[in-house]
Design a protein around this ligand. Sequence first.
Ligand code: ADP
Ligand code: 5GP
Length: 190
Amino acid sequence: MQNGRLIVLTGPSGVGKGTLLQLLRQRHPELYISISATTRDPRPGEIDGRDYEFLSRDRFVASIENGELLEWAEFAGNYYGTPRASVERQIAQGKWVILEIELEGARQIRRHFPDALLIFVLPPSFEELENRLRGRNQDDVAAIERRLERAKKEIAASEEFDVRVVNDDLEKTVKQLEDVLFSNAVTSSS
Ligand code: ADP
Ligand code: 5GP
């Protein structure tokens, strides 16, 4: 059995992380994409247990206090975190687990799991990021502004990551991610 592995995908909101992961999952169903917990309201079409575990603030805080989260952070006014049990179970079973999380969470993972592979997805330009965020049409104007502010800080920290990919052409970027994941397969994880 192959060894489990922890992979982190970070990048500003709207850069295309969800889109990239959907394509990767279709092509590599053996990858396990972690389902995060959040206090944010579901967007139209999002389903509890599939896209996120949608929790009340009280329940989220209880999860933190009970040590149920591998990492967590506040982002644009809401809490987000990775449920510990499912990730640890998948890794113990030799699975490759992908966490799609923001910068503070990625830093926590780096501290606790030094062998994790940290990937940062960059936009072709800030203007294009803004276009994608607005074009997605799923956040109100204030939420988009908060996300763009946060994006500047995240992009400034992209050098901390092991690998950086620019999501310009979708197909090319998926191929790059496949190369990163499958061509130099480091197979350990702590
Ligand atoms: P994130 O998960 O990083 O917040 P999404 O996957 O929701 O971002 O993508 C944000 C928007 O950008 C979506 O409307 C998506 O269709 C679009 N998008 C994603 N990747 C590309 C790309 N390479 N070129 C153009 N548009 C893209
Ligand atoms: P969104 O509200 O657009 O779904 O997500 C907002 C941000 O939260 C994104 O940058 C996303 O990567 C991040 N995020 C999603 N789940 C988690 C998580 O479990 N932990 C952390 N730290 N960030 C997360």
